[in-house]
Design a protein around this ligand. Structure first.
Ligand code: NAD
Length: 366
């Protein structure tokens, strides 16, 4: 009892916020650490991950390794550093979850439980991101609001719904300040595409602008619309959300939207702003299938109304301009061969366009 009172007092009277970012060496953690340090001071952030720090991390003093599956270590880091807010990022993403369900259960569910129990014990605030993957075929996919049926077909989606519900429960029933944002696909000029469903939206700029290629092979259909957001918006939106006074929040879980577009719209915008190239559609049924069960448009009325959320990059044109300006350019790029399927398709198109007489004349020469 006495220990709990002391811990509460420590958290309440801490002079300034102390953020613990777990799983921080992935796509989003370092950007959040940078933004939080800029807002609250360099020593306000402890960035950790199961992986070892890189030279970049060491230069910034982010030396700590923390495997959050080890509850004792996780709790000790929070207690010893007088952490006031945990930003819990570790998760296996969609395809990886299906490939290793026991590990996915451990990382996505068990460590979220640990984060909630530790934050509850030390009365820290807690943030865990969710995803558009938390919706499914029963959701109104044409435009998903904050509250609707959520019936994902993936373990990733189920694990995100678990965290969403528990964050609400732990806030309402145990008097905690736990918050959750559902992100769309996050794109950045520097993040390496990792084989995910939304990766084409980064890879197209890398290939055409960064690698000076004259064609891009897209694994989604021309009209496969998906909601996306630039990483800069995701980071500032999250940090703004963490600062909002709890009294303004009508929910613990919000959609965070920015842009939605299809491959053909991105291709048209890139051609307009940068120059013409060939867009080749070589549809991968697996990723196309995933895309068809995800929201096309992400409604974020709650975030806009409750805490004034507004993305900086809110159109395909603005995103394209940013990506063209910020994609690293490779001066030694080598032109790639166009895929055979495209040549086959264009030959087929040419044949279709010919009259019967022209076709017969062509075949007679073969
Ligand atoms: N990036 C996106 O497009 C996106 C979209 C929606 C939601 N999210 C959510 O945002 C969060 C962060 O996403 P991200 O893109 O940075 O993920 P990421 O996969 O790039 O990074 C996750 C990090 O967690 C670390 N990790 C894994 N197991 C760990 C463990 N046991 N202990 C400590 N660290 C461990 C990994 O080493 C990795 O650095 C995730 O919860 C993800 O579901 C991301």
């Amino acid at each position: 009892m006495l220990r709990r009172i002391v811990q509460r007092t420590l958290a309440t009277h801490a002079e300034k916020p102390r953020f613990l970012i777990t799983g921080g060496r992935g796509q989003l953690g370092r950007g959040m650490a940078k933004e939080l340090s800029a807002r609250h001071g360099e020593d306000s952030v402890i960035l950790t991950d199961i992986s070892y720090p890189t030279g970049y991390d060491l230069d910034l003093g982010y030396t700590a390794c923390l495997d959050v599956t080890n509850y004792k270590d996780f709790r000790t880091v929070v207690a010893e550093n007088r952490v006031t807010q945990i930003i819990h990022l570790p998760a296996l993403l969609s395809a990886t979850c299906e490939a290793n369900l026991p590990l996915a259960m451990k990382v996505n569910i068990d460590t979220a439980n640990s984060a909630m129990l530790i934050a509850d014990e030390f009365k820290c605030k807690l943030f865990i991101p969710s995803s558009i993957g938390a919706f499914g075929p029963g959701s109104p996919l044409e435009a998903v609001p904050d509250k609707c049926i959520q019936d994902p077909l993936t373990f990733y989606g189920c694990s995100k719904i678990y965290a969403e519900l528990m964050m609400g429960y732990m806030s309402k029933m145990r008097n905690n300040d736990f918050r959750c944002l559902r992100y769309p696909g996050i794109i950045s000029p520097v993040a390496e595409p990792g084989g995910g469903t939304t990766d084409y939206a980064v890879d197209i700029y890398k290939q055409i602008v960064g690698e000076s290629q004259d064609h891009f092979e897209c694994y989604l259909a021309p009209d496969a619309r998906l909601p996306m957001m630039l990483e800069e918006d995701c980071v500032t939106g999250t940090c703004d959300f963490l600062e909002v006074d709890a009294s303004k929040l009508t929910s613990r879980v919000y959609n965070l939207g920015a842009i939605d577009f299809s491959p053909q719209e991105v291709a048209a915008e890139l051609a307009k702003q940068y120059g013409d190239f060939d867009m080749i559609y070589n549809v991968d049924p697996l990723r196309q299938g995933i895309a068809e069960n995800w929201p096309k448009v992400f409604l974020d009325d709650g975030a806009r109304a409750d805490w004034g959320w507004k993305p900086k990059y809110d159109s395909t044109a603005a995103m394209t301009k940013y990506m063209i300006e910020n994609i690293p350019k490779n001066p030694n790029a080598v032109k790639k061969e166009k895929p055979a399927s495209d040549m086959g398709e264009s030959l087929l198109d040419q044949l279709k366009a010919m009259s019967v007489g022209e076709r017969e004349a062509l075949f007679s020469k073969l």
